[in-house]
Design a protein around this ligand. Structure first.
Ligand SMILES: *[C@@H]1O[C@H](CO)[C@@H](O)[C@H](O)[C@H]1NC(C)=O
Ligand SMILES: *[C@@H]1O[C@H](CO)[C@@H](O)[C@H](O)[C@H]1NC(C)=O
Ligand SMILES: *[C@@H]1O[C@H](CO)[C@@H](O)[C@H](O)[C@H]1NC(C)=O
Ligand SMILES: *[C@@H]1O[C@H](CO)[C@@H](O)[C@H](O)[C@H]1NC(C)=O
Length: 321
């Protein structure tokens, strides 16, 4: 209590010094080492205050770890479990010749979030291709929010980030959202969000961060063949492959005047397929897509034309003669 009272008195004295003598406070013959500290909430800290001039006493004033006025030339402010968000320690001195002055220590107390989690907003289950969805990232109990960056990753790619301007020193909760419009290539992709405390070069390295568990996105999309027709020449064995990517997995039907039985597989393999058109339709809950296989007989047709031309030539020759 008494220390607090003296602290206030010194504080008043210092502010008057600043008011009346301007630059005097900046010339206070005290060295703080380090001049600026970053302390994890609940962590320990120690800072030396030293002087090289003769004095009648110096001390540390702080709501925790205060050092009473002493004749030493080096005094240490020390706290082993710092839990005061608004602590403002300063070291003061009464020089033998000159006025009392003080040096303030810059203290940043930080706390990594208790949790970082990602979830879809108002949605469960698979997402439909090209629809818009919202994802939210919840960051619980982080400080100081001014140094917080929330980053969004899609796979390994950084897709968005948010910073904050609030100057509050105590822990806060923050919720950040992004809009996504998934397409078929996003099926199975993982989103993550990451809360990072960027405290600057003098701060802890690497910057402390907490990453959410990944959120796997399932996307429903309809079948779509890359070509809607394909021409296949008959050979020993013919394979018509209608397999197409889609989610959920498509079912298949085949349609042709040459097919008697119902076929439900995606691949049609046969050693004797008649030439003609074979249409296959792939269907899932999102839609359907068909593909036509044109089966052409090679070999027989050129022979037919060769024979025809041969007889026409023969006929022409006979007329000429
Ligand atoms: C503070 O001073 C003590 C004693 O001289 C020394 O051991 C310690 O390393 C100093 N700490 C810093 C941060 O300079
Ligand atoms: C979620 O959906 C409900 C009902 O459709 C709606 O009332 C609510 O505003 C939605 N919340 C958000 C955050 O979109
Ligand atoms: C943050 O959210 C948690 C859980 O909802 C709650 O217990 C806590 O009080 C919140 N903190 C602040 C600073 O609002
Ligand atoms: C059919 O095509 C799919 C996709 O292109 C392929 O994975 C599969 O192995 C093919 N099947 C046959 C029997 O060729």
């Amino acid at each position: 209590m008494l220390q607090h009272f003296f602290g206030l008195v010194y504080l008043l004295a210092v502010s008057q010094l600043v008011l009346f003598t301007g630059t005097h406070a900046a010339e206070c013959p005290l060295q703080l080492n380090p001049q600026r500290v970053f302390v994890r909430y609940g962590g320990s800290v120690s800072v030396n205050c030293s002087t090289s001039i003769p004095h009648d006493g110096m001390g540390w004033e702080a709501s925790e770890g205060a050092v009473p006025m002493s004749r030493d030339n080096l005094i240490t402010w020390r706290v082993s479990n710092l839990r005061e968000w608004d602590i403002e320690p300063f070291c003061y001195i009464n020089p033998k010749d000159g006025d009392q002055c003080a040096s303030y220590l810059s203290v940043t107390i930080y706390k990594t979030p208790d949790s970082v989690s990602i979830s879809p907003v108002n949605h469960t289950g698979p997402m439909m291709e090209r629809n818009q969805y919202e994802l939210q990232c919840d960051v619980l109990n982080v400080a100081p929010v001014q140094n917080l960056t929330v980053k969004w990753y899609k796979g390994q790619t950084l897709v968005d980030q948010t910073t904050f301007t609030d100057t509050i020193k105590t822990p806060v909760n923050k919720t950040v959202t992004i809009m996504i419009r998934p397409d078929r290539s996003d099926d199975g992709v993982q989103y993550r969000c990451e809360a990072e405390l960027k405290l600057g070069e003098e701060g802890p390295q690497p910057p402390p961060k907490v990453t959410s568990k990944p959120l796997s996105v399932e996307v429903y999309y309809k079948p779509k063949h890359s070509n809607s027709t394909e021409t296949i020449n008959i050979s020993k064995e013919v394979t018509l492959n209608c397999t197409v990517k889609a989610n959920p997995a498509p079912t298949y039907t085949w349609d042709s005047e040459h097919l008697k039985e119902k076929i439900t597989s995606s691949v049609l393999t046969s050693s004797k397929l008649s030439p003609g058109n074979y249409r296959c339709i792939a269907t899932n809950s999102q839609g359907r897509d068909s593909k036509v296989f044109i089966v052409r007989s090679t070999g027989s047709r050129p022979t037919f034309w060769t024979v025809l031309i041969f007889f026409q030539l023969l006929f022409a020759l006979m007329i000429v003669i």
